[in-house]
Design a protein around this ligand. Sequence first.
Ligand SMILES: [Zn+2]
Length: 308
Amino acid sequence: MSFNAFEYCTWFLKHLGKVMVLVVLFFVLLTAAALLSAYSPRISQDGAGTAAASLLGLAIFFFLVAMLTWSYFAAVLLEPGRVPPGWSPFESDEEAALEADRLESGSHRQDKGLTGTGRPRYCRKCQAWKPERAHHDSMLGRCVLRMDHYCVWVANSVGLLNYKAFLLFLFYTFLACALGASMLLGDVARFFKGIDIAGPENAGRFALTMVAFVVDLAFCLSLGGLLAMHARMVWLNYTTIEMFEKQRAAQWPYDRGPRRNFEEIFGTRFWRWWIPTYTALEKARLLDVALAANPRDHSLATTEFAAL
Ligand SMILES: [Zn+2]
């Protein structure tokens, strides 16, 4: 039996993804334990003002944890965007058959690797036509609509229907880490000044506080960079794959201005921007646009999104 390095990597990344789910939960629990250990005595022993501030800090932190957990499992479990079986960009079966023949003979008019031209695209691995902005994901073994990238952290491909959940996961995790690090900063400074460090109980608390603080700070910095990169892509309506493509259409056809680009992913209702799922209507509209024979013609989509 021959060794296939690509298949081995795919197998490894799939299983690594499952471990990453546990790693994320472990990091969340680590900070929660450090904060509870640092702030519980303040709530029960200190004055009313300190107790109220401590309680408020903990309440906001656990609210962020609830939102990041919801967003995380939405990104992990939601279908990123499946191309319906038999989908074709052609108006009739005859036209589809003709293009399939051309594909066989090598005279098919698709531009290899050039996104945004509106030319029909065919996936040889799925043996099926694929809509614009869809890409074949070798991890899932099928094409994904508006595929952004395969994410090991969420053990799933990030695409049309879970990109919002993924972005909200980054956003809430960034805020939780920033809040966690700033709430632990006082204790870290006290430990370094030699205050509250004596005794085995404090040694354990010191280790927990330091590890949680360093992890929070590291996540904060890396997620800040990642969020800034995705903010730019949302602003211009690019996916990660499209952003790093060597060849693109000269005029990017999906950019409809920052506000509409944002609303395409987050919806038009302010209160729904913060929720990691779509309503049935929002989902249907997104699929309509992604599966349209020519999704670059956004005039219809613009009207429909505005009505949501
Ligand atoms: Zn495919």
